[in-house]
Design a protein around this ligand. Structure first.
Ligand SMILES: [Zn+2]
Length: 259
C-alpha cells in the first residue's frame, strides 16, 4: 500500500499524462559526453537521478509481459554499480546521486517484478485511479472511520448474497455456542470455490497483458487509443474482482476461525 502511494507521489511530480516517457538524454556533468541513462558511456560516472517512470528506469517499453530473469539480472548489475562502497571516496554529489538512484532502483524493481504491482503501476501511469487503493479513498475512510465499500462484481452477486447469509448464521450460532457442521462445510465449499476463481484470474490477466502489449507494439496512434482504453477497463475490472474475492475469503476465514 505504502509503495503505491510513494509511486503515486513520484508520478505526480513527473507528470505521467504527458505520453510516452523517453529516456532522458543530456551531456555528462563530468566529461560533457552524451550520456546513457544511469552512467556516462564515456567516463562511467554516475549521472543525476532523472524523474523517470519505473519502466523507463530499466529501459523497458510500457509492456506487461516482462522477462523477469533479465530484469533481475539488470537489477543486480545496477545494484553492484550503485553500491555505497563504490562511492566511499567519491564527491558528495556523486554519493548522494548514487543513493537516490539506488532507492529508485529498489522501488522500480520491487514494483515491476510483481505481476499485480506491475499491472497496477502501469494503469496508474495510464491515468487510471484505482479506487480501492487510492489515496483519496483511504483518507476518507480514515477520517470517517468507515470501512471502504467495494462494488460487488456482477458475476459474484448471487454467491456473495448467499455467503453473507451463511456467515451471519454461523456468527449467530457461535455466539449461542451452537455447532452446525453442515453450515461449516457449506462455507468451506464456498471458500474453495472462491479460491478457485481467484487462481483463474492469473490466466485471465495474462490474456489482457497480451492484448495490451500487442497494442503497444502496433502503436496506431489515435486509432488504438479506444482499444487501449478497453483493455485498461478490463484490467481494472479484474483487479477489483481480485481484491473483492480476496477480502471475501478473508471474511470467511475470520468467521470459521473464531470460536
Ligand atoms: Zn562522462
Amino acid at each position: 500500500m505504502v509503495k503505491l502511494f510513494l509511486a503515486m507521489d513520484q508520478l505526480t511530480q513527473i507528470g505521467v499524462h504527458s505520453g510516452e516517457a523517453k529516456a532522458p538524454t543530456s551531456s555528462c556533468w563530468s566529461c560533457g559526453s552524451m550520456r546513457a541513462a544511469h552512467f556516462c558511456e564515456s567516463c562511467g560516472k554516475v549521472q543525476p537521478p532523472a524523474p523517470v517512470d519505473y519502466f523507463s528506469f530499466f529501459g523497458l517499453p510500457r509492456k506487461l509481459n516482462i522477462d523477469t530473469a533479465a530484469l533481475t539480472r539488470d537489477f543486480y548489475a545496477l545494484s553492484r554499480k550503485l553500491h555505497p562502497d563504490v562511492y566511499a571516496q567519491a564527491v558528495d554529489t556523486e554519493r548522494e546521486w548514487s543513493l537516490q538512484k539506488s532507492s529508485q532502483l529498489n522501488d522500480a524493481y520491487r514494483t515491476l517484478r510483481d505481476p499485480i504491482g506491475r499491472t497496477e503501476y502501469l494503469l496508474r501511469l495510464e491515468g487510471v485511479e484505482l479506487e480501492e487503493q487510492s489515496k483519496a479513498a483511504t483518507e476518507k475512510a480514515r477520517a470517517t472511520g468507515e470501512v471502504k465499500k467495494q462494488v460487488v462484481p456482477p458475476d459474484l452477486l448471487e454467491e456473495v448474497f448467499e455467503l453473507n447469509m451463511q456467515l451471519e448464521e454461523l456468527r449467530a450460532n457461535k455466539k449461542m455456542g451452537e455447532d452446525d457442521p453442515s453450515l461449516v462445510s457449506e462455507l468451506e465449499a464456498h471458500k474453495k470455490n472462491l479460491e478457485q476463481k481467484f487462481s483463474e484470474l492469473d490466466g485471465e490477466l495474462k490474456g489482457y497483458w497480451d492484448e495490451w502489449d500487442a497494442l503497444i507494439s502496433a502503436d496506431d496512434g489515435a486509432a488504438s487509443e479506444e482499444a487501449r482504453r478497453k483493455v485498461r477497463d478490463k484490467m481494472v475490472d479484474l483487479l477489483n474482482r481480485r481484491s473483492y474475492i480476496r477480502n471475501l475469503v478473508r471474511d470467511v476465514n475470520e468467521v470459521l476461525e473464531s470460536s
